[in-house]
Design a protein around this ligand. Structure first.
Ligand SMILES: NC(=O)c1ccc[n+]([C@@H]2O[C@H](COP(=O)([O-])OP(=O)(O)OC[C@H]3O[C@@H](n4cnc5c(N)ncnc54)[C@H](O)[C@@H]3O)[C@@H](O)[C@H]2O)c1
Length: 272
C-alpha cells in the first residue's frame, strides 16, 4: 500500500548485497514510497553482481565506493548528485564487517590490524560519510541520516567480539555528528538497533542461530524482520520523524526491555 511517504526525497542507500540485506529491503520500500536514490556498495561486493539487478528494479544506478575511502565517498556524492539532480534528503549506512569474526578470533585473542579494519568499516566509515557530506554541503535541511546498530553496544554477547566495540563507537559518532548536523543544517542522525536478522553479515557471527532463537523467545513481539526494519527506516526518512535525533532506536520486538519470558523460564524450570 504505497503512501508516498518519501515523495520528492532523494538519497543514498549503502550496503545492499543480496535480497536478504536490510538495505535491499529498504531500497524496495523507499522506491514504493516515492523516493529517488542511488545504490552503492564496496567494489568487491559489486563484482558479486546481484545489486545491479536491484538497481534495475529501482530505476537507478549503482556507484561503487569503499566506505572507508574519503576519495570514494567524494566521488559517490558527486556522481549521485548529478544522477539525482540535487542534494540529498537521506543517507543510509548499512555496512558492517569484522575480519576477526570472519576468521573466528576470540575477544581475548584479537588481531589488532583486523580490529582496526572492523572499526573503520563498521563505524568510522559513518563518520567519514558525514564529514564529507558536511564539507561538500550535500544534505538538504531536515534531512535524515541513519546507521544500523546492535544491542551488543550496550550488553555483552560473547561471540560479537570487536563488532560490539565497533557498534559502541558507531552510536557515539551518531551523537557527536547528530549534534553538529542538527545545529548546522537541521539534519537528524540516528541509529536503529535491530534484532538478529538472517543476512550475510548476521549469520556470519559464531553462534548466530542460538542467539537468533534466544532473542525470538525473549521478545514479546518476536524478532523484527529485515522487512520490518526497512519500514522503520522509511518512517525515519520521512517528514513524520523530524524531531528525532542523536538516538539509538531499538527495533527489536521488545527484547531490550525484557528481563525474562515464560518460554525461557520453561526451558530452565526442570534444571537442578
Ligand atoms: N543481521 C543482523 O543480525 C544485524 C543486526 C543488527 C544490526 N545489523 C547491521 O545491519 C547492517 C547491514 O547488515 P545486514 O545484516 O543487512 O548484512 P549484509 O551482509 O547484507 O550487509 C552488510 C554490507 O556491508 C557492505 N560492506 C562491507 N564492507 C564495506 C566497505 N568497505 N564499503 C562499503 N560497503 C561495505 C557489504 O558489501 C554488505 O553489503 C550492518 O551494519 C549490520 O551490522 C545487522
Amino acid at each position: 500500500m504505497p503512501e508516498n511517504l518519501l515523495k520528492g526525497k532523494k538519497g543514498i542507500i549503502t550496503g545492499a548485497l543480496d535480497e536478504n540485506s536490510i538495505a535491499w529491503k529498504t531500497a524496495l520500500k523507499a522506491k514504493e514510497q516515492g523516493a529517488k536514490f542511488v545504490l552503492t556498495n564496496a567494489p568487491i561486493a559489486m563484482r558479486m553482481g546481484a545489486v545491479k539487478e536491484l538497481a534495475e528494479e529501482c530505476d537507478t544506478i549503482v556507484i561503487p565506493a569503499d566506505a572507508t575511502s574519503l576519495e570514494d565517498i567524494e566521488k559517490l556524492y558527486d556522481e549521485a548528485k548529478e544522477f539525482l539532480g540535487g542534494n540529498f534528503d537521506f543517507l543510509l549506512h548499512s555496512i558492517g564487517m569484522s575480519p576477526n569474526i570472519r576468521k573466528g578470533k576470540a575477544y581475548g585473542d584479537l588481531n589488532y590490524d583486523w580490529a582496526m579494519k572492523s572499526y573503520d568499516v563498521s563505524a568510522i566509515s559513518f563518520h567519514k560519510m558525514m564529514q564529507v557530506a558536511e564539507k561538500k554541503d550535500v544534505m538538504n535541511e531536515w534531512g535524515s541520516i541513519l546507521a544500523l546498530s546492535y544491542i551488543a553496544a550496550q550488553r555483552v554477547f560473547p561471540f560479537y567480539t570487536d563488532m560490539a566495540d565497533a557498534k559502541a563507537l558507531l552510536e557515539s559518532i551518531t551523537r557527536g555528528f547528530g549534534y553538529r548536523f542538527g545545529k548546522n543544517k537541521k539534519v537528524r542522525v540516528n541509529t536503529i538497533s535491530q534484532s538478529p536478522t538472517i543476512t550475510t553479515a548476521g549469520s556470519g557471527i559464531g553462534g548466530f542461530d542460538a542467539f537468533f532463537n534466544f532473542a525470538q523467545s525473549m521478545s514479546p513481539l518476536g524478532n523484527a524482520s529485515a522487512e520490518a526494519c526497512a519500514d522503520y527506516i522509511v518512517t525515519m526518512f520521512s517528514d513524520l520523524t523530524r524531531m528525532v535525533t542523536m538516538q539509538n532506536l531499538y527495533h527489536d520486538g521488545g527484547y531490550s526491555n525484557t528481563g525474562i519470558s515464560e518460554e525461557i523460564m520453561e526451558k530452565f524450570a526442570d534444571l537442578k
